[in-house]
Design a protein around this ligand. Structure first.
Ligand SMILES: [Zn+2]
Ligand SMILES: [Zn+2]
Length: 777
């Protein structure tokens, strides 16, 4: 955007036209330009155009240069500038003042819808000022803050195309809305107590309760140990006092959620620090505009200060977040202690977001509903993130991040739909270079989730006015996302292998398209040979991959049932290592093992009945957790792995010896060797926490050693780590350190999850490179 040297020499008066592309709608960009132009005494105008915001500016040459610099450096924090193009012209020499053109002109930019924005400092100050007309009003917002993505029905972003359409602005709000010097100039969802949404308190069966102060009554109910469903930005939260063990257990019982950790909202950073250890990077993430749930290490439990153990049983980490809506601030101010804030659903269903649906589905779960009359257009869960090596990693990408686009290194010729996987699904739409990854939509095996998924695809296609011509999908024939892709007419289908998609996702996440050694470790992914993969080493780029290493295959006894019952994997590993002699092992595990059930299961396994061969890293974690005696059955996938991570000692003193063997051009990791090492440690009385740390260190070692072999073979020295197993911070950290010492450059995830939630980004990146001739159907 730097003006050319030739023009720079002219000095004096100048005129230019500026096109700004990116997230520039709904973030207060035009008023910002207006004020900046006034500061520099420029004439001209700003308006929305077909491709972004368009500025005509005329004035003193040096002033224009400063104006252009500050367009970038002083832009509203929520704006995302993708490209600025400056074209110089001849000055008109008229003296018209700068103005904002609000007319549609040559078309509105329907380009980059903004994510929901955390309530800003100025609005919070008004909310707490008893002299302000918005004092204690839970729905105030401005051009810098408030709901966006979750209230937009269609673009362009104007009030009549949001769920605020039915609220007619009062004269005072209208005046602010029309004043370019006001911070609510064109704040589409602006509202006040006279004209905006209102709170209502409903009883457990949805009857409106006639109370003068719904908020005060909800706070009193929370204090008295009741469970309150609170309508938020993207859905209902189930809320209760996080310090009261009884009510937290009751919430778990009613929600049919046995062990998954519950998120907690605290009123301030200081309150977060009383519960958890918070580094600078973690504080920044907690307070970032997206306001995700941040996984933080708990402080030791001190009576009176800690949240109830029942909030996150057995785990070393707590998921904390800070309030991001005015209503949440008012609730936290009122109760003055941490609140459980978990998705309003039962078990694994999607979060409830429509009022009637919430009342029906949360009947019997919530004692009260704190609702309001501003409809939610898009269901959107809270995001989850954590800090690894001082950098944030998003683990569940939803509210606050969606629908911000992620840029590919090259443009896609045709619009693409990438369907994602089956679990933790998010899909993606590609327009040109930009990938719009959807909010986290959950497990498509659930009928409601599947319907929500198809609805979300239609909504985002409508919002972006995209009709995909290419559809990328997983290879797994049993995934509903695969079946959906197969049903679409008139599109080119691009099937993408699961672990290739993971590695491509990591590349796209880092904005690179190198050929790398990809380490893709997860629970389950369908391989090109029809087997279940999950401990994979690939040589991969966006064009293709070669499977050059993997874990040794073992049987998964009883198929998918083994995911819920890690004891099955423990038993099958013991049998692989010790054969018949496993019966004589003096292990606590053998004491717990139902031997007759195992005999039947292992006979079926030997005959190959419902015992698919797998090379899964996730199942190895399960087996070791079960052998260590703290988890024979799980309530959710990766529970055993999470607990194993939580239990391990900080540093390992040694690793287990693991053979790497070359077979058919592939490096095979002899994983039974790891199990042998674990068993020998158990037999010689080594503690589970020490074994846990040796196990993690061993796996990191396997990664480094295998990558070194592959470097010799391929001359590649860049490694991408992806797949759900890399949510494990201990393993990620050890692998990154080890690979770094061995001279590798390492890519890890930051913007999208390493788990299947990031899969669609990888599919999209691969599909954008795929050529026409490959699979026109
Ligand atoms: Zn604000
Ligand atoms: Zn008003």
């Amino acid at each position: 955007m730097a003006p050319s040297a030739a023009l720079r020499q002219t000095g004096g008066r100048a005129r230019c036209r500026v096109l700004i592309e990116g997230v520039v709608q709904g973030v207060g960009f035009r008023p910002f330009v207006y004020r900046l132009a006034e500061t520099h005494r420029l004439g001209g105008s700003v308006r929305n155009g077909q491709h972004g915001v368009l500025i005509d500016a005329e004035g003193d040459r040096d002033a224009i240069d400063r104006f252009l610099d500050q367009l970038k450096s002083a832009a509203p924090s929520s704006a995302r500038l993708r490209r600025i193009t400056v074209t110089w012209g001849t000055p008109h020499h008229d003296s018209e003042p700068f103005r904002i053109d609000t007319s549609a002109g040559e078309g509105e930019p329907a380009l980059f819808p903004a994510p929901d924005l955390t309530v800003c400092v100025a609005c919070l100050a008004e909310m707490r000022d008893s002299g302000n007309r918005r004092y204690a009003y839970p729905f105030l917002n401005c051009t810098q803050c408030g709901p966006r993505y979750t209230i937009i029905r269609a673009l362009p972003y104007d009030r009549e195309r949001t769920s605020m359409a039915s609220f007619k602005t009062c004269p005072a709000c209208r005046e602010e809305y029309e004043d370019p010097r006001d911070r609510r100039f064109h704040a589409e969802p602006t509202a006040c107590p006279a004209c905006g949404p209102r709170l209502a308190l409903l009883g457990s069966v949805g009857q409106t309760l006639d109370v003068a102060d719904p908020l005060g009554s909800a706070v009193a109910a929370l204090r008295a140990g009741q469970i309150v469903a609170v309508k938020g930005l993207g859905g209902y939260h189930l809320t209760c006092d996080a310090t009261a063990p009884g009510v937290v257990s009751e919430l778990r019982r009613r929600k049919a959620r046995d062990a998954k950790p519950l998120a907690v909202m605290v009123g301030s950073l200081d309150a977060a620090r009383r519960l958890c250890v918070v580094s600078e990077a973690e504080a920044e993430l907690l307070q970032s505009a997206a306001r995700p749930i941040v996984l933080l290490e708990r402080r030791s439990v001190r009576a009176g200060e800690a949240v109830a153990y029942e909030v996150a049983p057995r785990l070393r980490h707590l998921g904390l977040m800070l309030p991001y809506t005015p209503l949440q601030h008012l609730l936290l101010d009122g109760i003055g202690r941490p609140l459980v804030m978990t998705s309003g659903n039962r078990s694994d269903e999607p979060i409830a977001y429509q009022d009637d649906d919430a009342l029906a589905r949360l009947d019997g779960v919530a004692d009260l509903f704190l609702a309001h009359d501003r409809p939610i257009e898009v269901r959107c869960d809270d995001s989850v993130a954590r800090v690894v090596d001082n950098a944030p990693v998003v683990l569940r990408r939803a509210r606050g991040y969606v629908p911000l686009a992620i840029s590919l290194t090259r443009e896609a010729v045709e619009p693409i739909l990438a369907c994602g996987g089956e679990l933790k699904n998010a899909f993606a739409l590609v327009r040109g270079r930009e990938v719009f990854l959807s909010e986290h939509l959950g497990d498509l095996g659930d009928e409601r989730a599947y319907r929500a998924w198809t609805g979300a695809i239609a909504h985002l296609e409508g919002l972006l006015e995209l009709a995909p011509r290419v559809v990328a999908h997983d290879l797994h024939p049993g995934y509903r996302s695969t079946a959906y892709a197969a049903m679409l007419d008139g599109v080119r289908r691009v099937p993408v292998q699961h672990h290739h998609a993971h590695i491509a996702s990591c590349l796209a996440d880092n904005g690179v398209d190198d050929r790398v050694i990809g380490v893709a470790w997860d629970g389950t992914g369908y391989g090109t040979d029809g087997h279940v993969w999950g401990g994979e080493f690939l040589l991969a780029d966006l064009e293709g991959f070669e499977r050059v290493g993997s874990f040794q295959e073992v049987a998964m006894p009883g198929g998918e049932a083994a995911v819920r019952e890690p004891w099955r994997m423990a038993a099958v590993f013991l049998q692989t290592v010790y054969g018949e002699a496993m019966g004589e092992l003096d292990l606590a595990f053998m004491g717990r093992l139902d031997r007759s059930a195992w005999r039947l299961l292992s006979r079926a396994t030997e005959r190959g009945l419902n015992a698919p061969p797998i090379s899964s890293a996730g199942r190895l974690f399960d087996a070791v957790a079960s052998l260590l005696g703290f988890r024979d059955r799980v309530d959710f996938e990766a529970q055993a792995a999470m607990e194993l991570e939580a239990l391990a000692e900080p540093e390992a003193d040694r690793v287990y010896a693991v053979n790497l063997e070359e077979m058919d051009g592939r490096t095979i990791v002899r994983t039974p060797d790891i199990v042998r090492g674990v068993v020998e440690d158990i037999l010689s009385g080594v503690g589970a926490d020490r074994i846990g740390s040796r196990f993690h260190a061993t796996l990191a070692d396997v990664i480094v050693n295998t990558c070194e072999r592959l470097r010799e073979r391929s001359a590649l020295d860049r490694v991408a780590l992806s797949g759900g197993v890399f949510q494990n911070v201990r393993l990620s950290r050890l692998a990154v350190e080890g690979l770094g010492r061995a001279g590798f450059q390492v890519y890890t995830h930051h913007q999208v999850p390493p788990n299947d939630g990031g899969l669609a980004l990888g599919q999209a990146a691969i599909a954008a490179r795929s050529r026409e001739d490959r699979s026109r159907v």
